[in-house]
Design a binder for this molecule. Structure first.
Ligand SMILES: [Zn+2]
Ligand SMILES: [Zn+2]
Length: 164
C-alpha cells in the first residue's frame, strides 16, 4: 500500500495508519507457514522536516524448531522505526526509505524491517532438549524408552580408574 503523506510533507504533523501486509508467499527456512498477515499500527511524523515512521508489527507463524524439528506456533511483535526522505542523499543507505510523489511504500518498509529483525535461531522453547540420538524421538515431551548407554569415552575412563 502507498501511504499518502502530502498533508505533512511541508508541514509538521502526523499521518496514522493501520495496515495488513500479505507475506504468505515469503520463504524462510524455519517458517513453514505464516498464520496471519503482517499487521502494522503506526504513524509517520514530520518533525522539523524529518519524516519518521514508527509502528508496531505483529505476526503469527508456524515455525520449525532448529533442535527437535517439531513445529510450534509463535507470535512475534516488534517495534520499528524508519527514516523516510524525498531525496536519498546517500543512495546506499538502506535505512532510509524513499518518498515518491508524496507517498511511502508501506509494504517495502514494513517487510524490510520484519526481515531484518527475523531471528536466526528458532527454538520451540529456550531449553529444548532436542532429539534422542538413538531413536530420534523429540525429548521435550519426556524421555524415550532407549537404554541410556554409557558414553564410550566415560567407559574407558571407568576402566582406567578400575585398573588403578
Ligand atoms: Zn524443540
Ligand atoms: Zn531414544
Amino acid at each position: 500500500m502507498l501511504l499518502d503523506l502530502h498533508t505533512i510533507i511541508a508541514n509538521p504533523g502526523s499521518v496514522p495508519f493501520s495496515y495488513e501486509s500479505d507475506i504468505s508467499d515469503m520463504h524462510f527456512d524455519s517458517v513453514s507457514e505464516f498464520l496471519s498477515p503482517l499487521r502494522a499500527e503506526g504513524k509517520v511524523v514530520n518533525s522539523a522536516d524529518v519524516l519518521t515512521l514508527t509502528a508496531t508489527l505483529n505476526v503469527k507463524m508456524l515455525c520449525v524448531c532448529d533442535r527437535c524439528g517439531v513445529e510450534y506456533e509463535q507470535e512475534k511483535t516488534l517495534e520499528i522505526t524508519a527514516k523516510l526522505a524525498e531525496d536519498l542523499e546517500d543512495e546506499e543507505n538502506p535505512e532510509i526509505f524513499l518518498v515518491e510523489d508524496n507517498k511511502a511504500d508501506l509494504d517495502e518498509i514494513l517487510i524490510t524491517a520484519f526481515v531484518l529483525d527475523m531471528d536466526s535461531k528458532f527454538l520451540c522453547s529456550e531449553d529444548c532438549p532436542g532429539l534422542c540420538h538413538q531413536c530420534g524421538k523429540p525429548l521435550k515431551d519426556g524421555p524415550c524408552d532407549c537404554k541410556k548407554d554409557i558414553d564410550p569415552r566415560l567407559a574407558v575412563l571407568g576402566q582406567l580408574l578400575n585398573d588403578n
